[in-house]
Design a protein around this ligand. Structure first.
Ligand SMILES: [Zn+2]
Length: 491
């Protein structure tokens, strides 16, 4: 939409209709964007800032064409603290789509430990040197670690220094600004990352706002002395738990066995009783938001069961209860989510990347439960959106395109077309709708006097352009708290 915005002390002071484009006037400067549209700043409500910083620094394997090609790419990587790290491989995209093996890595790297995670982050491919560092006998080991099995090797790697963490956060934050993002809900945040994010925010260096959701699977927030706290640019907003793993590595918890592997229903990362106890403890301590990762239909069902108990508490009526991903929801659970005011935090680009794989894992009968956006909205469920970067690209434009067109990679037509949503609904899920999921909608997500001056300026009208044009959209500028943080034309 075209509008002239006047900004004072980081907030919107006046809004004036403008016929020719968008204008931002601050105390000291005027920024003109003829023919361009201005929207409330884009929000990514589920992402991993450290992960993106690491991804940008580690060897990218997402474009590898084969197992050997991935090994070749690793050869050029920097060895940090004695380890070689890669991330993002996806055997489904390789010329031979079989899982990689320890031996291929051993041939090239007999001594340096190698740790290379799959695109979904739920599986690691390691060599013998890495296994030995973790105290694991490599002789009969495949070199593939899934979910909890990754932990011993992860623990064997040296921790990042504060300087490295600072560097990762800043790298990621700059890339977010380039994508028009003004605020990120950062998931599974460690004590060190929360502390350093706060330092960067308070010293005015952070170009985006961050809502941290700290680890809560085993009450880690308590060990670190982290409690809900708020500032303008950084807020420790909530607690994050996991109910299951991911679909790609068959870690997502299904009620019935996987269609392409009848021997498993996935992994129950945590029991319902344990989740419930952790949620009660977090609410007792004053946390206002709980986010639980649940992908498979049984994991979603389990989390709803936990939230149902939580909602019975007199003091928990206003608590934000989020299901992260909510990828496979059974029809009866859709109604329960709506009744209990449980928020679905979805990542539309996951559908674009994973639909072909999901068809194999779930089979025809369960497909209608997958990535169901229209049916969630129509049941009155609130939906916020994110990218889950670095698993997906931190592009909100790609997210809106995915919501609206729903055309998976390798397909020509919309997949389960009845679950597409409108451009207005998609934009809402990435702006005001996303702010609702961290309780910040009272001052962000709208172009209204008194609201925070967080804006994204793009070169087309996202509400009136044709769906086929959405993906062509360019981000021209990003403003957070009335300050220009990114400009495409900056010199
Ligand atoms: Zn995530």
């Amino acid at each position: 939409m075209f509008v002239e915005v006047h900004v004072e002390r980081g907030r919107i002071r006046a809004l004036i209709p403008c016929a020719t484009g968008s204008i931002i006037r601050t105390e000291t400067s005027t920024f003109e964007f003829p023919g361009c549209s201005l929207y409330p700043g884009f929000v990514d409500n589920h992402a991993h800032i450290m992960g993106l910083g690491e991804f940008l620094s580690n060897t990218r394997l997402d474009l590898s064409s084969s197992e050997q090609n991935a090994v070749d790419l690793l050869k050029g990587s920097e060895i940090r603290d004695g380890w070689m790290r890669g991330r993002g491989w996806n055997h489904e995209l390789w010329t031979d789509p079989t899982l990689p093996s320890r031996r291929t890595l051993d041939n090239e790297f007999p001594h340096t430990p190698v740790y290379a995670t799959r695109i979904d982050g739920h599986c690691a491919w390691v060599n013998s040197a890495a296994l030995i560092k973790a105290g694991i006998d490599p002789s009969d080991h495949s070199g593939l670690l899934i979910d909890d099995d990754m932990l011993p090797v992860m623990h064997a790697m040296p921790e990042y220094s504060d300087d490295t963490i600072r560097d990762f956060i800043m790298r990621a934050a700059v890339v977010c600004s380039e994508h028009g993002i003004t605020e990120v809900h950062d998931m599974d945040v460690s004590e060190a990352a929360a502390r350093i994010t706060r330092d960067l925010a308070e010293s005015g260096k952070l170009p985006i706002r961050v809502q941290s959701f700290v680890r809560g699977q085993n009450g880690e927030w308590l060990d670190h002395g982290l409690l809900p706290a708020g500032g303008e640019f950084h807020r420790v907003a909530g607690v994050k738990l996991f109910a299951d793993g991911a679909l790609g590595s068959r870690g997502a918890l299904l009620a019935a066995p996987y269609t392409d592997d009848a021997s498993t229903c996935g992994i129950e990362v945590v029991t319902v009783q344990h989740m419930l106890a952790q949620c009660h403890a977090a609410i007792d301590a004053g946390w206002q938001a709980i986010a639980i990762h649940a992908i498979g239909d049984q994991a979603v069902h389990n989390v709803i069961h936990v939230y149902e108990q939580i909602r019975q508490r007199e003091d928990a009526q206003e608590i934000i209860l989020r299901i992260e991903h909510a990828q496979h929801v059974r029809p009866e659970d859709v109604a329960r989510m709506s009744r209990l005011n449980i928020i679905a935090c979805v990542q539309p680009t996951h559908c674009i990347s994973d639909a072909v794989m999901a068809e194999k894992r779930l089979g025809d009968c369960r497909l209608p439960w997958a990535y169901r956006w229209r049916s969630l909205l129509e049941s009155g469920i609130h939906m916020g959106a994110g990218s889950d970067f670095p698993i997906e690209d931190p592009s909100v434009i790609a997210g809106i395109d995915a919501f609206v067109r729903r055309i998976p990679r390798g397909m020509q037509a919309p997949w389960q077309k009845h679950e597409c949503i409108g451009q207005d609904e998609a934009l809402y899920a990435f702006t005001e709708g996303a702010h609702i999921t961290a309780g910040m909608d009272y001052r962000r997500g709208r172009l209204e006097v008194g609201y925070d001056a967080d804006f994204t300026i793009v070169d087309r009208d996202l509400l009136s352009c044709t769906p086929d044009e959405i993906h062509l959209t360019n981000i021209l500028a990003t403003f957070t708290a009335g300050v220009c943080r990114y400009s495409r034309y900056a010199t």
